[in-house]
Each structure stands twice: as structure tokens, then as C-alpha cells.
Design a protein around this ligand. Structure first.
Ligand SMILES: [Zn+2]
Length: 404
């Protein structure tokens, strides 16, 4: 080892090589900081007096598979300008850290391909050390998302695991970046977000959410000028739930065992899009038999198919006509579940048709949701909430292995 190898190979600048030691499979280099390099950490003046040392040891990038350390006596200096005694700054490591910046960069590079556990084992450091390095990097890059340029956003709550934990996630629909992660769901979860939006003076034009009353109130109160678009996937999902409820109801009312058997097998067929029905398994035929036999089910099924048409019209005017026609047919069915659903749809029709002003949805949050579900399998998910939220903020360009 030499001073210039320290410099060129390890990025250690301004320190002189003193000695090296090989012991118990570890490599340790001792370096010293030349007297003329000493500066006051506060005012940077070089007219300082040494008042003792403290030996400190740092992890460096390993040599081969050998853990490698850097040891030096860090000077404490008295500065006549500041009239105080302080430890000089370390040029190659962040304050209070026991590893060099090049070690951090190396750990982050490995994290792109390996789990935290794998990186920690490979570098022979603790799991928490690698987690801290990742957290610091995430905090620097994503900890304070820029809100002032937000134009179109989607908001949705995402369930974490089976413990009924939720996070509420806000997505910038134009960039695909997560810009806020709130604890829980509902009005409370979003409060800090509205506060930040106001402070950033953002001019949000359009928001996509589901039709829940909490979102309607929150958007009206906090973004009165934004166009509120009700997400069409949620509308269709809600109708599918009604359809399943109807099938269940008809099953219990069925008069014959044969009819019951027919209804029993149709649960998934009813929810499938017709183009996805499997010919080889006679799915279309089985579905048609059940529909022929049961008029209410058949009405509901064809209404389900037509519901999607609301979002595939050339413009808002024809979409409004399709929607009204749909409502009329649902009401004429005389089926209670469908009439109730029609009332919900009518009440929210402006927000549904707003899709024709801004063709947005919460669909892009599905991708975020999938990645969060991968992450949540890790034990740290809720043990370290702050880290988990940082990971979600960085999820759109995550370069860390999701598992680990
Ligand atoms: Zn000073």
C-alpha cells in the first residue's frame, strides 16, 4: 500500500499512508493527516492548535473478500477565531459514520442486485448498517419530493399484509413518481399532504380517486379548482361485487338442485371479460346456459358488459347518453341490487364523466401496489415504518433488490 494507492484506489485524499496489518483475515491500514491539513471544522481556518487525538476506525471497500479497515488518529484542535476545541472533519466519511463514502457507494451498488441480507453477509457488516446506508441514500434522493409542479395525481389506499394496515399513496401521474405516503387511510392520512401542497403553491389540475365520500370531501376542501375524476376500475370493481352478491342471492333462492349447480360454477365466469372466456373448457357454453336459465342474472351480466362502454366513447356528450341509457335499463330491471347501484352511479356521474376532461385513473397505482406487496414480505415492513415509506417513495426508480 502507498499514499498514492490510497488516493487512486480508495478515494482517500489528503492522508498519508503509515502502515498495514494483516490479522485474522482482516486488512487494516493506518494513515495520518499531515499537520498542514488540519482545519477548524467550523470556520475552516488553518491557524489551529492540536489538543489531543482520538483513534477512529472505518470500514473501507474490501480487498477481495477480506474486510478492510482504515485507522487514524483524528485530531482535536483549538481554533483561536472560534475559541473552541473540536474534532477535525473527516474527508472521506460522513459525520458519525464508521465507514468511508466509497464503502457506502459500493454497498449501494451491490444493493442494486442483492438483498440487504446478502449485501450484509458479503461485506461482513450488520443488516442495520446496510439498511442505514440505503435509508440515507433514499432520504437524500426521495425524502423531500417536489410538490410545486404537480398537475395530475392519483390517490388510493393500499393494504399492507393481513393485519389491516394501510398506507395512502399519492402518485404524480405525469412522472410516475410517488410523491406522498401517508399512514393509514381516509381523511387523516392525507392531512400532511394537503399542507405540503399549500406550502408548495401547487396548481393541481386533476385528481383520480375512487368514489368514497372521504376523497370527495378531501378533494373539494383542498383542491376546489381541480377536476375530480372517479377511477373507472373502481366503478367496475364495485359493479362486479354487486354481480357476485346477486349470484349468491339467486343461488339461495334457486328452486332446483340443477339450477343451483349451474349457478355455483358461474362465479368466475361472470366476472371474466367475455374475450377471456376459455373455449377449451366450455366456459362460454356454461355461462350461456346459466344466463338462459336465469333472467335476473342475465340482465345483470349484460349490464356489466355495457358498463365498460361508458369509458370508450368519442366524447363526453355521447358518454353521458350511454350512461343515462345504462341507468334507465338498470332501473327497468326491477332488480334491487342493480337499482341501488344505478343510484350510486347517478350520484357520481359528473365525476365519472370527468374522465373525458382528463383521461386519468388510479390504474398506474396498481404497479406501485404490486411492488409494495413484494416489499412488505420483508420483516422490516412495519418494524421500520420510516424506511418502508422511503422505499415506497423511491419505488418508481428503485434500484435496490426488492426482496431482502
Ligand atoms: Zn474556527
Amino acid at each position: 500500500m502507498s499514499t498514492s494507492l490510497l488516493y487512486h484506489g480508495f478515494g482517500i485524499v489528503g492522508y498519508q499512508y503509515v502502515s498495514q496489518r494483516f490479522q485474522e483475515g482482516q486488512v487494516t491500514f493506518r494513515v495520518r493527516q499531515p499537520r498542514e491539513r488540519l482545519r477548524c471544522p467550523q470556520c475552516d481556518c488553518d491557524d489551529v492548535w492540536v489538543r489531543g487525538h482520538e483513534e477512529r476506525t472505518f470500514r473501507m471497500v474490501p480487498i477481495g473478500s477480506k474486510p478492510t479497515f482504515l485507522t487514524l488518529d483524528v485530531a482535536r484542535v483549538w481554533c483561536p477565531v472560534c475559541d473552541s476545541v473540536r474534532q477535525v472533519k473527516i474527508g472521506f466519511a460522513d459525520p458519525k459514520k464508521r465507514y468511508t463514502r466509497s464503502f457506502e457507494r459500493y454497498a449501494l451498488e451491490l444493493s442494486r442486485h442483492m438483498t440487504i441480507k446478502d449485501v450484509a453477509e458479503h461485506l461482513q457488516v450488520s443488516w442495520d448498517t446496510i439498511k442505514d446506508i440505503q435509508a440515507k441514500n433514499l432520504q437524500r434522493r426521495f425524502g423531500k419530493p417536489k410538490q410545486h409542479k404537480l398537475k395530475q395525481i392519483a390517490i388510493d389506499e393500499i393494504a399492507i399484509g393481513k393485519g389491516h394496515h394501510y398506507v395512502t399513496v399519492v402518485l404524480n401521474l405525469l412522472s410516475g413518481a410517488v410523491v406522498f405516503v401517508g399512514d393509514g387511510k381516509g381523511v387523516e392520512a392525507l392531512k400532511p399532504f394537503w399542507k405540503r401542497l399549500r406550502r408548495a403553491r401547487a396548481k393541481v389540475q386533476a385528481v383520480a380517486t375512487d368514489m368514497s365520500a372521504a376523497y370527495i370531501r378531501a378533494v373539494r376542501d383542498n383542491l376546489p379548482r381541480a377536476v375530480h375524476v372517479f377511477d373507472h376500475f373502481h366503478v367496475i370493481k364495485l359493479f362486479n361485487e354487486k354481480l357476485s352478491a346477486l349470484r349468491r342471492q339467486l343461488y339461495h333462492q334457486a328452486s332446483s338442485a340443477e339450477e343451483r349447480a349451474l349457478l355455483k360454477g358461474t362465479r368466475w365466469l361472470l366476472l371474466k371479460n367475455p374475450e377471456n372466456l376459455d373455449e377449451g373448457r366450455n366456459e362460454l357454453q356454461r355461462l350461456e346456459e346459466a344466463l338462459d336459465l336465469n333472467k335476473p342474472l342475465s340482465i345483470a351480466y349484460y349490464l356489466k358488459e355495457d358498463l365498460r362502454q361508458i369509458w370508450s366513447q368519442p366524447n363526453k356528450r355521447t358518454a353521458r347518453r350511454v350512461l343515462r341509457d345504462w341507468l334507465a335499463r338498470a332501473r327497468a330491471s326491477g332488480i334491487r341490487i342493480l337499482i341501488q347501484f344505478a343510484a350510486t352511479l347517478e350520484k357520481h356521474q359528473e365525476g365519472i364523466l370527468n374522465y373525458y376532461d382528463y383521461r386519468i385513473s388510479t390504474g398506474p397505482l396498481e404497479g406501485t401496489n404490486n411492488k409494495i406487496q413484494l416489499m412488505k414480505r420483508q420483516a422490516y415492513g412495519f418494524r421500520d415504518r420510516a424506511f418502508f415509506k422511503l422505499k415506497i417513495l423511491g419505488i418508481h426508480e428503485t434500484k435496490h433488490a426488492l426482496v431482502g
